[in-house]
Design a protein around this ligand. Structure first.
Ligand SMILES: C[S@@+](CC[C@H](N)C(=O)[O-])C[C@H]1O[C@@H](n2cnc3c(N)ncnc32)[C@H](O)[C@@H]1O
Length: 247
């Protein structure tokens, strides 16, 4: 079996899960659509590289969303960009059922789902330099200090994400938790393969549909921060920047 590049070095990223599987209420419709649709649009986790061309029956830019929640944003983005292929990764069963329902209702053909830990999916199933973009919108902030190690965006996983991006591919993260935004900025900024696309570090408004989770946060008065980083075409650019900073 082919083992993707970086797999060994990044096994540490899977030791602490970034989520807790809660039962959650699965509505009858979510259950029905999940049962009907997943055999068609679901991709089972397997520790081997995913063949996107075979899955989608074409060659198109590939964008992965990690932790899509109830999937409204994933469906809206896929509908607005039929020229791209999307892969949503989520562990929460009601969310998977809900996105299945949206995919059926909107007749989307460019969106597939993997219900599994995204860290393992990225590590084992996605080839280096294969993605045009990665979306991570409102990952759980794990606000208590003793839980910070459970946050999804840690240096080893960020390095893995950066490797999976093709040159100039983007990583778009959003959070409404100030402390997590600062940590994201630090860890993304320290990754040599990535560069920030925003001079001020973060943006307070972004071009993406508002997620359900975000709408609730905004109603409570939380300020949303978007971070968009891009994969450098060559590592040499990173070294040039470092030298500029030292000069
Ligand atoms: C706070 S919710 C936000 C959901 C959605 N992005 C939104 O903005 O409405 C975070 C989601 O990420 C999912 N998640 C966290 N860690 C994950 C992982 N390692 N793999 C897959 N899903 C994960 C959780 O199950 C949860 O649904």
């Amino acid at each position: 079996m082919e083992e993707p590049e970086g797999a060994g070095a990044n096994r540490q990223a899977t030791t602490r899960r970034s989520y807790v599987l809660r039962q959650g209420r699965l509505s009858p419709a979510q259950q029905r659509y999940r049962e009907q649709m997943m055999p068609e649009i679901g991709i089972p986790y397997a520790p081997r590289l995913l063949d996107f061309e075979q899955v989608f029956g074409r060659r198109a830019p590939r964008i992965v969303e990690i932790g899509f929640g109830m999937g409204e944003t994933s469906a809206a983005v896929a509908a607005a960009h039929p020229e791209n292929d999307y892969l949503g990764i989520e562990v929460h069963t009601p969310g998977v059922g809900n996105l299945c329902k949206l995919i059926a209702g909107m007749d989307l053909h460019n969106l597939r789902i993997i219900q599994h830990d995204a860290v393992e999916v990225v590590r084992d199933m996605l080839a280096p330099a294969s993605l045009a973009g990665i979306h991570i919108f409102f990952p759980d902030p794990w606000p208590k200090r003793r839980h910070h190690k459970r946050r999804l965006l840690q240096a080893p996983f960020v390095a893995l994400l950066a490797e999976r991006l093709q040159a100039a591919g983007y990583l778009h993260c959003a959070t409404d938790w100030e402390d997590y935004a600062e940590q994201m900025l630090t860890v993304l900024g320290a990754e040599p393969l990535l560069e920030n696309t925003r001079a001020n570090g973060v943006a307070l408004c972004a071009q993406r549909p508002q997620t359900k989770f975000e709408q609730r946060g905004r109603r409570l008065g939380y300020e949303v921060r978007d971070l968009v980083f891009r994969r450098r075409s060559k590592l040499i650019e990173a070294e040039d920047d470092r030298q500029d900073q030292l000069a």
